[in-house]
Design a protein around this ligand. Structure first.
Ligand SMILES: [Zn+2]
Ligand SMILES: [Zn+2]
Length: 275
């Protein structure tokens, strides 16, 4: 795995790159734009150039805001499609290697199947014509309620629903989300089982990125909670198995642990000691 961190774009793209570089990371994740700021073409290209010249080999762009790609309301889906299209264009300008998106939820009164079909339609419409040469990765979430893609089978159905665009899609696996969704990945054995299921359903090559965080949510409680590595219920054993898997060697693994002075450095150190 290529280790990286989620970098803030609050002070611009180059500051985000500097954050990754100063931590010695070979991967990074960031949002495609910052609030109330329309990036100029020059900002995108100067970041892309600086990144190519840096040791940061993998850039993951995480979708900032997609309200409802699975909504039953056509106008809301069209709005989501336009937002996604814009984010994909920005990601392309930044030179992204992958783009991560959440499937969101389905509408009240609809079914999960209908919601998944709508998400696939919205995503597909945004992807086709975007010219994005990188894969779009759908992230597993804690799930619960009407939220889609807590279950791996839903994620698989969504990717199937992309039809011809399927080859340009994949998944991003978040450890804290998997735990909250009920996958017991804390033990070595549990992680083996989980990854075997992932590889059987999708193929290892379609796991385009990982998000690493510990969590203090109880197993299967669908609660969103990200902690520093080693400070939650996930601990070390499962994580160690994940880090050692040869089939994910080239995949970026992004820390999504709480930000704070020196905290990424401590979490990266935790991973290095595990390897
Ligand atoms: Zn996410
Ligand atoms: Zn995540």
């Amino acid at each position: 795995m290529v280790l990286g961190v989620h970098c803030s774009v609050r002070h611009g793209y180059l500051a985000a790159l500097e954050e990754a570089r100063s931590l010695g990371c070979r991967a990074m994740q960031m949002l495609p734009y910052r609030r109330r700021h329309e990036p100029a073409q020059g900002e995108l290209s100067s970041f892309a150039k600086a990144r190519k010249e840096s040791p940061v080999a993998k850039l993951v762009v995480h979708s900032r805001y997609v309200p409802c790609p699975g909504s039953s309301d056509e106008a809301r889906r069209a709005h989501s499609r336009d937002l996604l299209r814009r984010e994909l264009a920005l990601a392309a300008g930044l030179g992204a290697d992958a783009f991560v998106v959440h499937a969101g939820a389905y509408s009240e009164g609809a079914s999960a199947s209908e919601g998944l079909a709508f998400v696939a339609g919205t995503l597909g419409a945004a992807m086709s014509g975007s010219g994005a040469g990188f894969p779009v990765l759908v992230e597993n979430v804690p799930g619960g309620g009407r939220r889609l893609c807590g279950a791996l089978e839903e994620l698989a159905r969504l990717l199937e629903g992309l039809g011809g665009l399927r080859d340009r899609s994949g998944l991003c696996l978040d450890t804290a989300h998997a735990w909250a969704a009920g996958f017991d990945i804390a033990s070595a054995e549990g992680m083996f089982r989980f990854l075997a299921r992932v590889n059987r359903l999708f193929g290892a090559e379609r796991v385009g990125a990982f998000h690493l965080a510990d969590t203090k949510a109880l197993l299967g409680t669908r609660r969103e909670d990200h902690r520093h590595l080693g400070e939650g219920y996930l601990g070390k054993e499962g994580l160690k198995v994940l880090l050692e898997r040869p089939e994910y060697e080239a995949a970026p693994a992004i820390l999504e642990t709480p930000r704070g002075p020196g905290s990424y450095a401590r979490d990266l150190e935790f991973l290095k000691l595990l390897r």
